[in-house]
Design a protein around this ligand. Structure first.
Ligand code: FAD
Length: 306
């Protein structure tokens, strides 16, 4: 389908206000890697109606859509993204708690959500407090840490399709697996998530969060720019250990480097380009395959024009 940018620009202001629409927004400012060129349109809707109408307009105009959370699992190309980025973030961060059931909008950060759960004496989501993503991104990725994963707590998701139609997903329909859910095909925007927790002792919940975050700080290069673990954990191995054993600790291509603190993280030491990170990822995969016959699979998602 041929893109109709003129139509898009003429109609978008009947859905969103001026300050909700940006042109040529550099995506490096919205990703934890701090890498990535501009997108054509960067939109920050405030309501579900605005999201749905925007999606319908994008479809009519033949514009590709990508939903962005906190950009903490993304590697964006230097040319950027040709189409519309819909940013689901602070505008969608309401939470309501009834007993042990939490209903939260998808743009809330996992840190805020787990702190709110703790304040309400709810246990079960402590594992997520140090993962720097939004709830929507975490459900999409089935994010997890220290034995917990979103799959264990999510009971229902309300999403909208790229055609602008609302749909509910039960837990089974989400098809959760290791760092996988059905939402990764990019056909839906998560709007609201229902989470089922249990009552606990508030001091214990806070202690657990503190302890997990201290472990994270000790082991992971949180002071560096990255998108977290670059690779998924291969069955029976740890990606970081394989990379270290392949002699790649500190190995760099330009400003892209294998973290010395945790070899499972590729970091941006300054002005790394997409190309440098991508070449380093390919090099790591090749070396690990050669030495240990293990196929590393990328966890970090790549988007943008090559
Ligand atoms: C220092 C560091 C530590 C990390 N530690 C962990 C960890 O312990 N465990 C772990 O699992 N991950 C970890 N990550 C990776 C990352 O934080 C998670 O994958 C997180 O869930 C991504 O959320 P996000 O909002 O940043 O999503 P983004 O990076 O913005 O997007 C990731 C994917 O989710 C989709 N998405 C985002 N929002 C929505 C939405 N509302 N609806 C539908 N799809 C959506 C995007 O389209 C994309 O496909 C870490 C990252 C960093 C930088």
């Amino acid at each position: 389908m041929i893109r109709n940018d003129e139509l898009f620009i003429s109609k978008i202001y009947s859905i969103l206000d001026k300050e909700q629409v940006r042109y040529d927004e550099p995506l490096k400012t919205h990703t934890s890697f701090k890498i990535g060129g501009p997108c054509d349109y960067f939109l920050e809707p405030r309501t579900i109606r605005e999201i749905n109408e925007t999606l319908k307009l994008c479809k009519t105009c033949g514009l590709e859509v990508f939903v962005l959370g906190n950009g903490s699992n993304l590697l964006v190309t230097d040319k950027g993204f040709r189409g519309v980025i819909i940013h689901i973030y602070n505008n969608f961060s309401d939470v309501s708690i009834t007993g042990t059931q939490v209903k939260a909008q998808s743009g809330i950060s996992l840190a805020s959500l787990s702190a709110k759960a703790a304040n309400n004496h709810l246990t079960g989501i402590e594992f997520a407090s140090g993962i720097p993503g939004t709830l929507g991104g975490a459900v999409c990725m089935n994010a997890g840490a220290y034995g917990g994963e979103m799959k264990q707590v999510v009971s229902k998701v309300i999403a909208t399709s790229l055609n602008g139609e609302l749909r509910e997903f039960t837990k089974d329909e989400l098809d959760f697996g290791y760092r996988h859910s059905v939402l990764q095909d990019g056909d839906y925007i998560v709007l609201e998530v229902e989470i089922e927790l249990s009552y606990g002792v508030v001091e214990n919940i806070r202690d657990t969060m503190k302890e997990l975050n201290a472990r994270r700080k000790e082991k992971q290069p949180l002071e560096c720019l990255s998108a977290g673990s670059t690779f998924k954990r291969p069955e029976g191995y740890y990606a970081g250990k394989l990379i270290m054993d392949a002699g790649l600790r500190g190995y760099n291509i330009g400003d892209a480097m294998v973290s010395e603190k945790h070899c499972g993280f590729v970091i941006n030491t300054g002005e790394a380009t997409f190309d440098e990170v991508y070449r380093l990822i390919q090099y790591i995969k090749h070396q690990v395959k050669e030495r240990f016959q293990v196929e590393l699979e990328r966890e970090v998602k790549i988007i943008g024009e090559l």
